[in-house]
Design a protein around this ligand. Structure first.
Ligand code: BES
Ligand code: MN
Ligand code: ZN
Length: 499
């Protein structure tokens, strides 16, 4: 998909579909179009009771009044309800409608009001991301017929006044990089779990390094090295699987960087629950359990194109959680790299065991200024916040606020949750320093975050529980069923420091 900014008068754009957005009750807003066409449009809108309500649509064949073959008027609701989340959602919804007609070339008229409320760059970036992400399909395992029938949009023109072009170009470039790397994460998550083994993720990382011409460096540690480092909590989880674990270390260090951050992604390539086996129903989607890792890989995929002046290290403790004769058992005690002992009472609470070592490694070996982890950690977080919102926990208000703002800028919902220290007593073990599940039933996403905090120490840290938004159970405006690539754009936005 190719994006182009066009200062040309929209009536002259030769495209299959020209999309114009219309506020509720503000039909006058459409006035920049030729009079003859406008008269026809008004009659039609009245007949079809088009009012510009959210997602209301009107298709018109302009019969020579416009250069476009088809004209598509799309309702975007009330001006006072407009915000960046709406922008993403409405653009995406309009594109999903238009895609059904299989256009090769489309044009969108970028509304001036959007650029009054938000900077030009931000608006264009969001529009580009929304168009690209809403068009995504994972069809590589479909038959020949469906592959052939899939004709993605080739060219997207954004109609914008000439003085805004320079700022627009920058937004377009960022939007393309942000959305393409999100697609990169989606592809990884959607791939079957037999393919995306720990070794496969390691190969993906190595390939990222290769393509970056060594701007990104990658080190893969295998089982012996992991053992030598004392990451026995991670190895405990890996022990049930025939697939060898890999500890993936990515780094990007530009000249003149003043800050170093470590990004950690949960990389369980399949979560059966281990001996505390999941039900068939709960296991169905568990290839998603490496979505955090996929997001980190996607960030490094994009990083050399964006050249931020900040040192970034990415860590992934990749393994599979399987039951077997060699598997971790409830009652086992594991010692993490930082020396803390963990009583394992449920082998399905495995993510925190792998993260305990990745976080310890970050602190002991990297001494970063900040740690951010992304993990499909708990069903409890989904109970609290539903399918679309990530839970956020952290120990540093400034970092929490920055991540909040970054998420908001790119239309990803992250919600700050309490790191309520009184609940620490719920993960005290009689026999070890901590246990991997809590006493009692409620607040499971909080106690999981408190468990991670045991390994963080004083380093400024944010934990994002992405169990809900990592995977779409049904089609949504910005995503189709499957991997969402959640967190990639929030992290990129944060790294670029556009706060
Ligand atoms: N990977 C799951 C969490 C999950 C559930 C992610 C649903 C996405 C969708 C995690 O490893 C897990 O199994 N968590 C358990 C923890 C429990 C045993 C304390 C859970 O949430 O049930
Ligand atoms: Mn689990
Ligand atoms: Zn898991």
């Amino acid at each position: 998909m190719k994006f182009l900014l066009k200062p040309t008068n929209p009536e002259k754009l030769e495209v299959d579909v020209l999309i114009k957005y219309c506020w509720e009750g503000e039909f006058s807003n459409v006035a920049s179009l030729p009079k003859a066409f406008l008269d026809e449009l008004k009659t039609l809108a009245e007949k079809e009771e088009f009012k510009g309500k959210e997602s209301q649509t009107l298709f018109v064949y302009p019969k020579g009044d416009l250069a476009a073959y088809k004209f598509f008027l799309f309702g975007i609701g009330k001006k006072e309800e407009f915000d960046i989340y709406k922008l993403y959602k409405l653009i995406a919804t309009s594109i999903k409608r238009v895609i059904d007609t299989k256009p090769a070339k489309i044009a969108l008229i970028v509304d001036d009001y959007w650029m009054k409320k938000y900077p030009v760059e931000r608006v264009i970036q969001s529009v580009v991301e929304a168009v690209n992400l809403s068009s995504y399909k994972f069809i590589k395992y479909k038959g020949e017929e469906e592959q052939k029938n899939n004709r993605p949009i080739e060219e997207v023109l954004l109609s914008l006044s000439a003085p805004k072009l320079t700022l627009g170009e920058e937004g377009m470039r960022k939007g393309e990089i942000f959305s393409n790397s999100t697609v990169f994460a989606r592809d990884l998550i959607n791939e079957p779990p037999e393919i995306t083994s720990p070794s496969y993720l390691a190969d993906v990382a190595l390939n990222i390094a290769k393509e970056s011409k060594n701007t990104v460096k990658v080190k893969i540690m295998d089982k012996d090295e992991i053992a030598k480092l004392g990451m026995n909590s991670f190895l405990g989880v890996a022990s049930g699987s025939d697939k060898p674990p890999k500890f993936i270390h990515l780094s990007y260090k530009p000249a003149g960087s003043s800050k170093k951050i470590v990004l950690i992604g949960k990389g369980i390539t399949f979560d059966t629950g281990g001996l505390s086996l999941k039900s068939a129903e709960h296991m169905e989607t568990m290839k998603l359990d490496m979505a955090g890792a996929a997001a980190i890989l996607a960030v490094f995929h994009a990083i050399t194109l964006l050249n931020p002046i900040i040192e970034v290290v990415g860590l992934i403790a990749a393994c599979e959680n399987m039951p077997s004769g060699k598997a971790l058992k409830p009652g086992d005690i594991l010692k993490a790299m930082n020396g803390k002992t963990i009583e394992v009472l449920n082998t399905d609470a495995e993510g925190r065991l792998t993260l305990a070592d990745a976080i310890s490694y970050a602190n002991l070996k990297e001494k970063p200024d900040e740690i951010i982890d992304l993990a499909t950690l708990t069903g409890a977080c989904m109970v609290a916040l539903g399918d679309d919102i990530a839970g956020m926990w952290g120990n540093n208000t400034k970092l929490i606020d920055s991540i909040s703002k970054s998420g908001e800028n790119v239309g990803e919902w992250v919600w700050n949750m309490p790191l309520f220290s009184d609940y620490k007593s719920l993960i005290k073990s009689h026999i070890a320093d901590v246990k991997n599940i809590q006493t009692g039933r409620y607040g499971g996403a909080i106690t999981a975050a408190l468990f991670l905090a045991e390994f963080v120490g004083d380093t400024p840290w944010v934990h994002l529980d992405i169990a809900g938004p990592a995977f779409a159970e049904r089609d949504t405006p910005l995503s189709s069923i499957g991997g969402v690539g959640f967190g990639v754009r929030t992290l990129l936005e944060y790294i670029l420091g556009n706060l």
